[in-house]
Design a protein around this ligand. Structure first.
Ligand code: 13P
Length: 253
């Protein structure tokens, strides 16, 4: 049985005061028995302070990216060792915004994945197609390519300590989520691609859906058999909304 997982990707949002308010509301609103793994991924500069606010809670700390290099002359970058040092447990790698805006290619994403794991940080590997790719029938090919790039470098065993997030680019921040059936189709494809190399690892791999998840649509998406939770952008900035999404991910529904 895969334990559901909901992660909030705050992207480039927040202030110290807003973060404190959000975390306070989240922790107050969380039920005692959560049944879901929950993480928040603030911008680098707030990781330490948000980590302090989360101390002794059931909410984990995640980063939005990680440098592929271990240390040295890489101005503006943050290493996996540094992330570990401030209490980070998860790192998003390969988010479509980084692929598109910062030209991160499959090879770099694979190196970031390995860098995170080298410090015991669980990578959340994002994959997903653009609208153009979907409309030209390339969705499965694109997702397979993005996944293989990591499997080829890290090996299938690395998927024991990783999470995959299917995030169709056309659904991110657009208010236009994939239908539960569209998500299920791609999630099943991802799981079967991993199963082709190791069925046990595939069966335990958590595959999250991301792209315009809201309190109002989370339950039906999470109900799909290969959807194990969500990677939430905009809706993770509102405590009530994020809490409702976390509740929707509970196995009991
Ligand atoms: P939205 O939930 O705002 O569409 O963003 C999804 C996302 O990119 C999470 O990483």
């Amino acid at each position: 049985m895969r334990r559901p997982f909901v992660a909030g990707n705050w992207k480039m949002h927040g202030t110290r005061a807003e973060n404190a308010e959000l975390i306070e509301a989240l922790l107050l609103g969380l039920p005692g028995e959560v049944q879901v793994d929950i993480a928040v991924c603030p911008p680098f500069v707030y990781l330490w302070e948000v980590g302090r606010l989360l101390k002794d809670s059931s909410v984990a700390l995640g980063a939005q990216s990680v440098c592929a290099e271990p240390l040295g002359a890489f101005t503006g970058e943050v290493s996996a060792t540094m992330l570990k040092d401030v209490g980070v447990e998860y790192a998003i790698v390969g988010h479509s915004e980084r692929r598109a805006l910062y030209k991160e290619d499959d090879a770099l994403v694979a190196r970031k994945f390995v860098a995170a794991q080298s410090q015991g940080i669980v990578p959340i590997l994002c994959v997903g197609e653009t609208l153009e790719e979907r409309e030209s029938g390339q969705t499965m090919d694109v997702v397979s390519r993005q996944l293989s790039a990591v499997l080829d470098v890290a090996g299938v065993a690395a998927m024991r300590n990783a999470v995959v997030a299917y995030e169709p680019v056309w659904a991110i921040g657009t208010g236009k989520n994939a239908t539960p059936e569209q998500a299920q189709e791609v999630h099943a494809h991802i799981r079967s691609a991993v199963a082709a190399q190791d069925a046990t690892i595939a069966a335990g791999l958590r595959v999250l859906y991301g792209g315009s998840v809201k309190a109002g649509n989370a339950r039906e998406i999470f109900a799909m058999p290969d959807v194990d939770g969500g990677l939430i952008g905009g809706a993770s900035l509102k405590a009530d909304e994020f809490l409702e999404i976390c509740t929707a991910a509970r196995p009991s529904g």
